[in-house]
Ligand binder design. Sequence first.
Ligand SMILES: [Zn+2]
Length: 384
Amino acid sequence: MDCLTKRIGDFMNINEDYKSHIKLAKLIALSLVMIIITLNYNSVKANAAVNEKLNINNTNISFLENKTDENILDNLLVALTGKVFGYEVILNDDLIGYTFIEDSLDNIEESLLNIYLREKGIKREDVLSYKVDMKLDLKKNRFDVELLQTSDEVAKALYDIAKKDKDEINITVKYIKEEKIEIKPSTVIIQSDNLYLGESKVEEGTKGLSKVTKEITIDIDEEIENKVINKSILIKEVSKIIYKGTKNPYEYGVAFLNHPTGGGYMTSGYGERWNSFHKGIDIAGDTGDDVIAAMDGEVIYSEYNDGGYGNLIIVKHEDDMETYYGHLNESYVKVGDKIKKGDIIGAVGNTGFSTGPHLHFELRIDDEPVDPTDYIVKKVNGAA
Ligand SMILES: [Zn+2]
C-alpha cells in the first residue's frame, strides 16, 4: 500500500514538474515567435525598400542576399533597427545623396552620362569618347532605408550641379553627328544667239541633298570642336541655266527699246531741223513725269550738260549702244549704277535748250546717233 501511495505521490510530483516545464517552454516559444516576427517584419520592410530601389536601377546586386558573414551581420542589424549600411555620396566635401551599391561610383557616372546625352539629344552609339570630371567620394555609413537613392536619382542631383557650375562637375563628350544638307542649285549663264541682247530665258534647276558627317566635341555648356570628317552627295543638284541673248536687235531691225516715258506724243523727230541736226526725238510730257530706262545698262553720265541737254543721263548698253535722256527736271541715278530695262531713272523737265517740258531721247550705236523711232517697242504716238 505504502508503495502504491509513494508511486502515486511520485507520479503527482512528476506531473507537477512536467506542467511547469511546459509553461516555461511555452513562454520561451512565444518569445522566440515574437522575436522572429519582429525580425521578419523589419527584414521584409528593408528588403522591400531595397528591392524597390534595385528594380528601378535594374541591378541584380542585393546585399541582403549576400551570404558573407559580414553581410549576415549587416542583415541582422537591418532587421533589428530598420537601418541599412550604404554610402554617403560626397562631392568636393559636400553630401549629395545616399546610395547602397558596392560599385555605385561607376553606376552614378554612367547614369550622369546618360542623363546628359538624353538632354543633348545624343545617341549612345554615336559617342566616340567621354570624360566625366568630378571629385566624388563614397563614405560607408548606416542610415535609414528611406534615404536610399538610385544611381539615377544621385546622378540627377549631380547633373543639376554640373549645369550651374562646370568647375564642380564637367562632362566632355566627343560624338558623331550626321546631317542632311540641301544644296542650292548653282547658276550657269550660257550665251545664246537665238535671243536678242537684253533678252534671257531661264531654266530652273533643282535642289540637291548631301550627307555631312561631323565629329563634335561638347562639354556641359559649349561646343569645343566641330569638324567635318565626311561629305557625300545623296541627290545631285541640277544647275539653273540662264540663256542670255547675244543677237544685236538693232542690226536685225527689231524694236527692243522700252518707251522712255511710257507714252506721249513725239513733238520733234530725228534728223535735219532748222539749221541743225536733231540727234534724237522729243517726246511731250509734263514736268515730273517718269523717265524710264529703255534697256538694261550702266549709268555713265548723270549731271548738268552745258551743250544744251540740260540735266542729262547717259546709259551704256551691251554692244556699244547708248541711250540719252535730256532736259530732265531731276535724275535719280548716279554714274556706275546698274539699271534694268523699265527702271525709273529721272523726271521730265525743261532744263538746257528747251522751250517747254519734254524728254529728248537718243539712241547711239558706236557713239553715232541713229533714229530710235522704229526701235521703240511701244511706238511714240504720232510717229509712223
Ligand atoms: Zn530734242
